[in-house]
Design a protein around this ligand. Structure first.
Ligand code: HSE
Length: 428
């Protein structure tokens, strides 16, 4: 019999337990597909006593993930602990140095340290694979590195944080405010331990940075992602967007132009009838444009036990079969440092301002926008009872730097209360 591929799994939360269940429950199927058995030999987690709904008695236990990562009876270190650095990074490095391949779901670690880890893996003749780190069960890493390998990638965009999409779609469907739904998402266990990773756009930004690296052959540049969370999106924004035929999504876009690599993860308006506009609840969607294939749309569960464990198994099965694709689709030493670029493509913007309700206030706003080169297309004011008036403006196409100049100047007019909100309308 061909030698089995032996897994050491660190982290036995929902995903880790899910991987153990699949490997144990689908042993025959996996063996038939890989041409060799795939087995778990050892596991590691913080608490040994917790009931995880899976029988762990047949596996060696290590309290220390580094000890697990370096065991002689482990071929692949499966890192499912999470966390940008700390134990996850230490154990990943130890595994590579000890001659193991690594499969991880850790987007934060790879978004920050991915280049160094990929170089370390290559120098050691090993691979790091991370399908489960981006958009859960959607095979988007595989799609880009393999299915679309013959394409020049023109644009990657998508909704890659299910929690934010859940909050935004329920705000619209039920007319509930952001704070109520944020609390509810917490009670349902949707929020990361640090919720700002979700609602601040950071988790989705990590994922976008990883996809951009594969798509454009650039070193992962999370610092270059323009980030904005959903916590300032109000029901008025959602209603106004809906009146105009749009929905608000936390949308990531990575695109290369003559100026460099543009990466942004911000709330945007998208047409309600588009695939992205119709995406409901905690689902993820990634839209990829290639020069040969045109546009493809991938949709599916972005989190949860089954979908994420499914993605982990995709990488494990590649390694079992001997498919050894570079971490970011080409040798890490060949990846180039991207030039950061702000959006080169002008777009209409949706602006929301809180104005003092007094004569001349609107004229001052119009003048600031005009001075910044931003032209007003439409404007609306909902009924209000106090001394401040919410004003909603849709601009003609404008460059992001013109919008930023206007946002900086508006509070200085003395008639704008608080910080204005500007959301790009992504209609193409
Ligand atoms: N917290 C993420 C989400 C899943 O809500 O999509 C893990 O990245």
């Amino acid at each position: 019999m061909t030698s089995p591929l032996r897994l050491g799994i660190a982290g036995l939360g929902t995903v880790g337990a899910g991987v153990v269940k699949i490997v144990a429950g689908k042993a025959e199927l996996l063996s038939a597909r890989a041409g060799r058995p795939v087995v778990v030999t050892a596991v590691s987690a913080r608490s040994r006593d917790k009931d995880r709904g899976v029988d762990l008695s047949g596996y060696a236990w290590e309290d220390d993930p580094v000890a697990l990562a370096t065991r002689d009876d482990v071929d692949v270190f499966v890192e499912l602990m999470g966390g940008e650095a700390g134990a996850a990074k230490a154990a990943t490095e130890a595994a590579l140095q000890a001659g193991k391949d690594v499969v991880t779901a850790n987007k934060a670690m790879l978004a920050i340290h991915g280049q160094a880890l990929a170089e370390m893996a290559e120098a050691a003749g090993h691979v790091i694979r991370f399908e489960a780190a981006v958009a859960g069960g959607i095979p988007v890493v595989k799609g880009l590195t393999e299915g679309l390998a013959g394409n020049e990638i023109l644009r990657v965009m998508g909704v890659m944080n299910g929690t934010c999409n859940y909050i935004l779609t329920r705000m619209e469907a039920e007319g509930l405010g952001y704070n109520i739904l944020f609390e509810e998402a917490g009670k349902l266990g949707y929020l990361e331990a640090d919720p700002s990773l979700d609602v601040g756009g950071i988790d989705a930004g990590h994922k976008l940075a990883l996809l951009a690296s594969i798509a454009f052959g650039t070193k992962v540049d999370f610092e270059g992602v323009e980030l904005e969370g959903i916590d300032r999106v109000t029901l008025d924004d959602i209603r106004h967007a809906a009146d105009m035929g749009f929905r608000i999504k936390l949308l990531g876009v990575a695109q290369r132009s003559g100026r460099g690599l543009e990466q942004r993860m911000r709330p945007c308006l998208v047409p309600a009838t588009s695939p992205l506009g119709q995406l409901e609840g905690g689902t993820n969607m990634v839209v990829i444009e290639g020069d040969e294939v045109g546009q493809i749309v991938l949709r599916g569960a972005g989190a949860g036990e089954g979908p994420t464990a499914s993605a982990v198994l995709s990488d494990v099965m590649d390694i079992a079969r001997g498919d050894r694709i570079s971490t970011f689709g080409q040798p890490a030493t060949a990846l180039v440092t991207p030039i950061r670029a702000q959006s080169a493509v002008a777009a209409p913007y949706y602006l929301r301002l809180e104005l003092e309700d007094k004569p001349g206030a609107l004229a001052k706003v119009a003048s600031v926008l005009g001075d910044a080169g931003v032209s007003i297309d439409r404007m609306r004011q909902y009924g209000h009872e106090d001394a401040s008036a919410p004003v909603l403006i849709v601009t003609h196409k404008a460059a992001r730097n013109a919008i930023d100049a206007a946002l900086e100047a508006l509070p200085k007019t003395g008639v704008v209360l608080g910080d204005p909100v500007a959301l790009r309308i992504e209609a193409d």
